[in-house]
Design a protein around this ligand. Structure first.
Ligand SMILES: O=C(CO)COP(=O)(O)O
Length: 159
């Protein structure tokens, strides 16, 4: 199975849970391309050997940056450990990201129990259909002669 694009996001009181999750499934995640909001990504990299492409911190637009990739159907799996007991200043961004996952039909876990099921499914190859999505997009882009391939993974430079 080729590497899929996975986004890991956690609100502050869920970050320790996310770090432990990343440690537990490092052997699975290491085969894929990881993306995260700023602080979540930093915490994961500090505690594992995983390489994580970090976007802005959530309140500064990180959810929206990941949402942009979801809108382009580039993101294959999202594990977003939300804090359901604390209001977030960027709640509209969060809702927008979740909505876009439903628009594109992207596998999304918002708690650790579902996250674990999805990562085990990923490990078993159950998300191989996402490879077909990428192949289809790539060939559609080639047919349109878009050259650099607007459907390819967008690499953004972040600090
Ligand atoms: O707020 C977040 C997601 O909505 C997470 O952002 P950080 O990973 O930067 O803390």
């Amino acid at each position: 199975m080729t590497a899929l694009n996975i986004a890991l996001i956690a609100h502050d009181r869920k970050k320790e849970e996310m770090v432990n999750f990343a440690i537990a499934y490092e052997h699975v995640f290491s085969h894929h391309k990881l993306y995260a909001t700023g602080t979540t990504g930093t915490r994961i990299m500090e505690n594992t050997k995983l390489n994580v492409h970090r976007f802005m911190s959530g309140p500064l637009g990180g959810d929206q940056q990941i949402g942009a990739l979801v809108a382009q159907n580039e993101m294959d799996l999202i594990i977003f450990l939300r804090d359901p007991l604390m209001a977030q200043p960027h709640e509209p961004d969060i809702i927008a990201l979740l909505r876009l996952c439903d628009v594109q039909g992207i596998p999304l876990a918002t708690n650790i129990a579902t996250g674990e099921i999805l990562v085990k499914a990923l490990d078993r190859g159950d998300l191989a259909w996402r490879e077909m999505v990428h192949k289809y997009k790539d060939s559609a882009n080639e047919q349109q002669g878009s050259g650099s391939g607007s459907g390819k993974t967008v690499e953004l430079n972040v600090e």
